[in-house]
Design a protein around this ligand. Structure first.
Ligand code: ATP
Ligand code: MG
Length: 600
């Protein structure tokens, strides 16, 4: 099959060959005709300058009768017919120079003669030997003076170009043959020539299509060392460069995808049509997105109450980064909007980065709450001390009993504040991880029995039953004895504090699942269900007024929890209002591992 380019080349090639042949043929034709007419004229010139004209002049000027003259003329013509080259196609005539009427003629009969340019020349007394290629005959007219008083004559030779026509026909035949052959040869040659040009182009085209589909693997064979060969080489080089560039881009993209997928921040990229062009897992999880199809920028952020819209980025704020805070399912999320451009100075979309700051938010909230609570806790005793001191000073000297009572109140408030400050210091040390546990091996059962005994008097004062029991043998544990003691004391003291008179407080200890456990149970006022979840929080008290009245700081359980957790243990509380409260502590036998990390 001829391809477009191939057909063009073949057509041009054939046209070129045909044009050359036509020019050559035309030239040959032209020069042949010229040569022939020149030869005719030369031949006639030669004959006319010889004896033929002498004989003819003599005859024409003679006094012979017309018939005899005609016969003589005919005889002369026949005598010189060979020199004149007479034939069917070439005739000789003798004309009257006055009107060009025919006197004698050979061959052509008696029809009137057309007054050709040459005849007119001869009629004017000159030699008519002009030629024309286009004319269908050639002629020669020679003027002969008739002599004294005689008529002037013209010897007229007319050739109907019969022989030259035959020659030309033969030549034309040869030329046509040559043209046909040339055309055929040029088609074949043109085909092969065009193949050498179009084949590499076809191969290059296929290769370019491969490139477009992203296949840069195969290398093209370089067949020639010419410009096409250079083009193929350049093409191969280009493929290599593109492959390298695309591989680099792909690996960069892959890297970016991995980073995006593994980053904790949620990332979504939107185009200006508001459609998602990229989203990572973190964003889906953080913003509860199951299906990304149909999710549109404006509507999505409107539902999140973020007050942003794409048009604003495109037309107003443009490349300015925006920041919003979003709340979704109780989570606090910071959203940053980074408009980006692809080309020119136009916004091509917006990349949204989401950071879950719930922890920081809550921490900040609890920090503020803590500061408020500490201030509040300190304010009450300080006010009391202030009021009492002022009263004492204003009314001094006062009654001794009153003075002692006032001073005791001041002392109590001071003790409360001291306890509060001490407890706060303890907690702040735990927060700063600067509590160094003094680990030692000790007998937990024995320690608990000693702790319980320190509360004996207090329990007896309220007529409370205070019991201690070990369920089974506990191996030696490796922990900070003082801290564990402190935690247990906080809990036992709570039980005694929040259990009315005649109630009971029981302490059990045992060893289960490779862990030591301590259970402190009382038959006290209990804790409402809704408070249990918050009971280990700092300053959390079920009945604030009552707790404060009893000298509580609201930090005992929080400290106990810090201590136990720093020992890699756990603490939990169960309770039923008006029935019981049970605190369970679980401790690993060796707290060393945890201690190290806690202190590191
Ligand atoms: P502190 O222990 O610093 O003297 P406190 O006892 O008030 O003060 P926590 O030990 O942390 O503080 O206890 C917090 C709150 O939990 C108490 O105020 C009390 O309301 C409640 N609580 C703790 N233990 C018991 C218990 N055994 N029975 C009933 N309520 C309890
Ligand atoms: Mg307490």
């Amino acid at each position: 099959m001829f391809k477009k380019m191939q057909s063009k080349i073949v057509v041009i090639f054939v046209a070129l060959v045909l044009a050359i042949m036509l020019v050559v043929g035309g030239y040959m034709f032209n020069s042949t005709v010229k040569m022939y007419t020149n030869a005719f004229n030369e031949q006639m010139d030669k004959v006319m300058s010889g004896e033929f004209v002498v004989a003819m002049t003599e005859t024409l000027r003679s006094d012979l009768s017309e018939t005899e003259k005609t016969n003589r003329i005919n005889t002369v013509i026949s005598a010189y017919s060979a020199q004149l080259g007479l034939s069917d196609g070439r005739q000789c005539a003798v004309l009257d120079a006055r009107d060009a009427s025919r006197l004698v003629t050979t061959g052509t009969g008696a029809e009137p003669l057309e007054k050709t340019a040459n005849i007119l020349q001869a009629m004017a007394g000159k030699v008519g030997r002009g030629t024309s290629i286009t004319s269908d005959f050639m002629d020669y007219a020679y003027f002969i003076e008739g002599g004294a008083g005689g008529t002037d004559y013209i010897i007229y030779i007319k050739d109907n170009k019969q022989s030259i026509n035959i020659l030309i026909r033969n030549m034309l035949y040869i030329i046509i043959q040559a043209i046909l052959f040339g055309a055929l040869a040029s088609v074949i040659l043109g085909y092969f020539l065009s193949r050498t040009i179009t084949n590499p182009i076809s191969v290059l085209t296929e290769k370019a299509e491969d490139f477009a589909e992203g296949n840069f693997d195969s290398n093209l064979e370089v067949f020639s060392q010419d410009e096409i060969g250079t083009l193929v080489e350049t093409f191969n080089y280009m493929g290599g460069v593109m492959k390298g560039a695309i591989n680099t881009a792909a690996s960069e993209k892959h890297k970016l995808e991995i980073i995006l997928e593994n980053i904790n921040n949620g990332i979504i990229a939107f185009n200006t049509e508001q459609d998602i062009i990229s989203i990572n897992q973190a964003a889906k999880k953080m913003l509860n997105i199951d299906e990304t199809a149909g999710l549109r920028f404006d509507r999505f952020f409107e539902e999140l109450n973020a007050k942003v819209c794409m048009a604003e980025f495109i037309y107003l704020t443009r490349f300015r980064t925006e920041f919003r805070e979003i709340e979704i399912n109780g989570r606090h999320i910071k959203a940053y909007f980074f408009p980006f451009k692809m080309e020119e100075n136009r916004v091509a979309g917006v990349v949204c980065v989401f950071t879950d700051v719930t922890e920081e938010f809550n921490l900040e909230k609890s920090r503020r709450k803590f500061v408020a609570e500490v201030s509040h806790e300190l304010k009450t005793p300080l006010t009391t001390i202030g009021t009492y001191t002022e009263t004492l000073l204003d009314n001094y000297p006062v009654d001794k009993d009153m003075e002692i009572s006032f001073l005791k109140t001041i002392q109590n408030e001071t003790i409360k504040m001291t306890n509060l400050v001490k407890n706060l210091l303890t907690l702040s040390r735990f927060d700063a991880q600067s509590v160094e546990l003094k680990l030692e091996a000790f007998d937990l059962a024995e320690m608990l029995s000693e702790v319980v005994e320190t509360f004996r008097v207090q329990a007896e004062n309220k007529n409370q039953e205070l019991l201690y029991n070990t369920v089974n043998a506990i191996p030696m544990i490796y922990a900070d004895r003082f801290q564990i003691e402190r935690a247990v004391k906080n809990i036992v003291s709570n039980s005694l504090k929040y259990t009315p008179e005649n109630g009971s407080v029981k302490v059990f200890a045992g060893f289960l699942n490779n862990q030591a456990y301590i259970k402190i149970e009382d038959t006290g006022i209990g804790i409402p269900e809704e408070d249990i979840g918050h009971i280990f929080e700092r300053f959390y008290r079920v009945d604030k007024a009552r707790s404060r009245e009893q000298g509580g700081t609201g930090l005992g359980l929080a400290i106990a929890k810090e201590i136990i957790e720093n020992h890699k243990g756990s603490i939990s509380m169960e309770s039923r209002m008006g029935e019981y409260t049970r605190v369970t502590i679980k401790l690993p036998l060796n707290a060393a591992e945890k201690t190290k990390t806690a202190l590191s």
